[in-house]
Write a protein that binds this ligand. Sequence first.
Ligand code: GP9
Ligand code: MN
Length: 710
Amino acid sequence: MKQVGGRIRQFFNTRVGFLILAIALFWAKTLWAYNNKFNLGVEGSFQKFLLALNPLPTTLLLFGIVLYMKGRKSYITLLIIDAITSTWLFANILYYREFSDFMTFALMKAGSSVSNNLSKAIFGIMEPSDFLVFADLLILILLLAFKVVRVNITPIKKRVAMLVTLLACLLFGANLSMAYHDRSGLLTRTFDSNYIVKYLGLNAYTVNDGIKTVQNSAVKANASSSDLQSTLKWIKNNRVAPNVSYKGVAKGKNVFVIHLESFQQFLIDFKYDGQEVTPNLNKIYHESDTLSFDNFFNQVGQGKTSDAEMMLENSLYGLSEGSAMSISGSSNTFQAAPSILDGQGYTTAAMHGDVPSYWNRENTYKNWGYDYWISKGYFKDKKSYEIGYGLKDKIFFKEASSYIEQLPQPFYAKMITLTNHYPYPLDKKNVSIPKTKTGDSTVDGYVQTARYLDQSIGEFMTWLKKSGLEKNSIVMFYGDHYGISGNHKKAVAKLLGKKTFNDFDNAQFQRVPLMFHMAGLKGGINHTYGGEIDVLPTLMNLLGLSNKNYVQFGSDLLAKGRNQTVAFRNGDFVSPTITKVGSKFYNTANGEVIKHPTAAQKEDENASVNRTTTVLSLSDRVINGDLLRFYDPKGYKKIDASDYSYKLSTAKKKLKKAQKKGTSVLAEHDGKSVEYTTDAPELSKSSDKDKSSSSSSSSSSDSSKSDSSK
Ligand code: GP9
Ligand code: MN
């Protein structure tokens, strides 16, 4: 035994041995921190394996630097590197506790707000166990100080040092490719910083963030107020006057923005197995006080939901790559819907059953002026309440109602649903319509989750009536993007009972619902061609607000003489006359390829191509150059992200205080909650005490949540 101990000690007395010890200790404590100090959402054994692997490549690379050094210097450097990386981990633990996110350079730079808040809070939020991240460093120092391990000054061959560096790079490459296997687009699409840490580790996250920040800040540093001139000129020249007869019809009303996840227009009135799939939404669609649009298109790119949100609430396009909210949401100046309405005396809240960090919402919403960001941690949760990304819609709406009734009126509330999300898993208890039979497993569950979403909407509308909110609110519904991607053409053809389904059909398939529902609204089905970019100008007009002074690329959908070319993020477009996909132009009326365009058609094609490329590139310039920081719209009250905190305890206090105003539904009902009725089986008394796991069909890997464009 003694002999073994002696051998181990001898090994640690070598430089390589000491390095291995340092790496092993650093690895162990990082893994401990991952599991105890963050909420990375690790699911399944493959992700667990990657989590355990990911500290190794970067630690090997960083710590391995000392092998290029001689003598005592290498030991001291090793301790310094260890100290710096441990401090970084420590700082992130504290930051995460406060903001449920990792530190970014953009935030540190924009920083005053965040760092002020953080330094104020820092002592309050520290926990003794946080200091365990320094345990490995302490062990190494003690071992050396008490000469348990001796400093070895024998030089290391450069070849060995290089080999270690190479090994680190190879390991990182392997880590990266396995991560991409589980989550494609991890770095380009930047879904959630938790994902990058989960798959690649904190240090890799930091480097990636650093590279992105440098790229972004270079563009931003070179931008100046004059860059905005071309945009302002374009907007002025292309502006159409909003519809006067609808102006202000919803003035002062509460606004509900109901985000229907992955919900396509074809589902409206769609029947399967002899039943309507979405009877509640169909009813709303056809009601005389609902203004519905049947040529309304999603225009999202890689940022999917976040692109939809960017367009809906800013009338700015997403970016050609990645998510604008992730890339610029923390640092840019926006003049978004919530902040515009804040200035009009509205209380604004976004609600969603997923973690707050996804699509960088936690930071972006502050720059958009949201008073409240009510996300997963705000809701009662059990395993059986969740599926896919988070809370099931029926439970989400029910639990959200208890926050809605506390909001001072008028309010603007965005509710982002979740259950109808790729790959459309649903537990048996919630299934109320059979799967379709196209034979494509990622398509066939779609009607089931869409039905579930529809039922949740039905329940919510009943509550709106009961609470009296229906009378003084305008409820807007929209589908954020396709649910079935162009990679499932055969299955879609089957689903729609068509012989073929080509690129033209797929472009037409990008229609999503848009409906404004309000008591007394002059409704009907409007056939104008438009897209998500046009929603904010339309909504503002209904609320009686002029968007004339804002940088918004869309136009009021009810305006006469508006341009009806709908730009897709990849440069394709749809208009009432022409549809462009790739290099092909189609006649929108009959879907035929226009092989020999007439002069008029050629002109039409060119005009739409021009418009599409112009709006996309101008919008990109606004976001990439952070140009709105140079712009002060008349009548707009600037907001400061540092005024907002989305901590649950802060929100609760704020809501409690807000009750004094007496304008919330709760106050109107003398402090008594308006009962919410749902048939969610998870909430019924008879439901067994949460024995059932969240889903019979949800897989344990993130790929089960990933994108349907796969
Ligand atoms: C995640 C949810 C889904 O919180 O909004 O985003 P998506 O995958 O649809 O872009
Ligand atoms: Mn979505």
